[in-house]
Design a protein around this ligand. Sequence first.
Ligand code: MTE
Ligand code: MOS
Length: 748
Amino acid sequence: MIGSSATRKEGRDKVLGRTEYTGDLRVPGLWLGATVRTTVPRGILRAIHFDPGFDWSDLCIVTAADIPGQNRVASIVPDQPFLVGIGEEVAHPEQPVVLLAHPDRFRLEQARRAVRLEVEPLPAVLDLEASLAGTTIIYGTDNLLKELRITKGDPASIWDKASTVIEGEYRTGAQEQLYLETQAALAEAQVEDGTLRLDVRGSFQCPYYVHGALVGLFGLPRERVRVAAVEMGGAFGGKEDYPSLIAGHAALLAWKSGHPVRIVYDREEDMAATTKRHPSRTRLRTAFDAEGHLLALEADFVLDGGAFATMSPVVLSRGTLHAAGVYRCPHVSIHGRAVATNTPPPGAFRGFGAPQSLFAIERHMDVCARELGLDAVELRRRNVLRTGDTMATGQVIREDLDLPGLMDRTLALIDFEARRTRNDGENAYEPEIRRGVGLSLFMHGCGFTGSGEAKLASVAGLEALADGRVAVLAASTEMGQGKHTVFAQVAAEALGVPMDLVEVAPSDTARVPDSGPTVASRSTMVVGKLIQDAARSFRQGLVQEGLLPAQHTPEQFQEAVRGMQARHGSYRSYAQYHTPPQQVWNDTTYQGDAYPTYSWACYAAEVAVDTTTWEVSVEDFVAVQDVGRVINPILATGQVQGGVAQGIGYALWEEVQMREGRMANATMTNYIIPTAVDLPEIRVAFVETPHPAGPGGAKGLGELPMDGPAPALINAIAHALGPVQLDELPMTPERLLSRIEALEARHD
Ligand code: MTE
Ligand code: MOS
């Protein structure tokens, strides 16, 4: 079962249009909800004006004053209100203030337009530079949402001794997740024996996060709130924290109106108001000896965290932990900061901080190679981590690690040397179209950072069904990444039965235990392992009761499961996560094993740059990765191809234009993402080094493919164009042209 490309469990329904997303759910007496939002970056909400000429009698209206529990979203820092109250500070444009519900969508929209907010403006901080400058303080005493430091050795003692010291500054922009299905929630509220009961369904990556948020918002006992994740049309991290808000809003409207209420954002509202990837600035300083060995590395990594902390502390943590890349270095100092701005809070997006810092280090290595007069491949070969080396946090690489081998595989697949030589030869004639090749070498930490998994103490299980089949019980959600299929494969293998005897239960808090959020590429490795353990003890139980022979047919298995239920009424088995004893992490000093293991990859690309329009097209792309054992090759290949496509968009085209703290291009006509015609065939290969942390030796894969494309592509453009300063994403034609002009101005 493990290692076979089993057919995607929900694939048929999706392809045939039978899947019901949140927007498709039919509920009698349904009302629709809408949100009135702020338009200015900062100020004090003085009044809410409801147009006296409008008939408000049949509308449900909710403001902050109606909130029965705590008007703060339960998160790492409970600083974000569900709704801004009168007299309170407005911290960003698009902040929700008034909620409206009505059965008719047109009347609802008219009502939304008949509300006017009166906001007394305050000076705003609109980008990370302004936040760092500290002239205007908008958050705490210093605009800092979170600060981290990682120290190894003493870089300060090296700068004077090194033969070369190279500095660089790298910037990345925001990126919109652009899942196909926008954010959506459907809430029902009932009063039973005088107490409220909430039932909320929606496009949620993490139903238990939403559950926690609703418990706080209404001040209800946990068992009075039920949250179920409906099949999702993509999430990519974007449905990690924002669903707490939209679900809270739908629930408030349902509770006050007495009707079921659904809120579905249109594309523009979704793009403008919900989370994106954090913009970043990374300053790097590196020291090398005469042979090109890395002696010291200093990184100053800054994320624009928007108006509230939301996920920024943990996105910062992952970004900071990946800032030194895949290199061995005796002296390292990394300073990470997430700073506040008066913009809608960014959040999780595939890669979770790592694409930002890995772009910086992997672009910087190519810049260093050029300055050192060394080949970029050779510079990496001399400095990569090997088994037994220590990373910046002191984590020792215990697994078999062969990064030069991974690089060689990639270089061979794309025929790197030959193409480079051919491109150099052709570019010498200054043709209209210049070609270049580039690569990146990187890792992605598997599962939650540091003591995250220990704190979650996730639980997953298996349950006997009446017909003798088995259901997998886990809160993990399906967002297209293939969790339904992978979980069924893992369970079927451990039970010794075909996959059709395994069902995967819906992610409904009333039915499944908290297996943790569906984030951090953790489902296959961490939750999959729990499912494997639970399945083994499930089977063991049947054998011990004498119901199941060691060798059995599927029919005998079903009979044993039915027999077990006849004896005990019901039959379930659970497994809970325990940190392996060798994994030690100190959250205060940021020392130890930041992750149980890493997935490793080397990506290479060939680009063609049009020297008239400065458009870049990707002509070839090779992605080689070691993600441990591959559970389902077709799904895994799909994960890589999709992630690489998003990475190509991040590198070249996707630009979030901010004006006065608002997204100015919140539509798909002017926020440009790659489509199939813009992409080459993405060639994918796996190197499989099994790791004991995951079922069958599998590690995390979901986010890794997002980390590598940007540096590989920008390095390839640099190869095509020579000494142009390429230090920012996205490298749109406009930006590339400005860099060419800057270079020409220097030469004049
Ligand atoms: N793939 C698809 N098709 N849709 C998604 O929304 N999300 C990504 C990745 N791959 C996503 C996806 C993100 S952000 C994460 S964290 C992982 O899937 C989560 O799933 P996993 O734990 O099963 O890897
Ligand atoms: Mo993924 S960004 O961890 O949801």
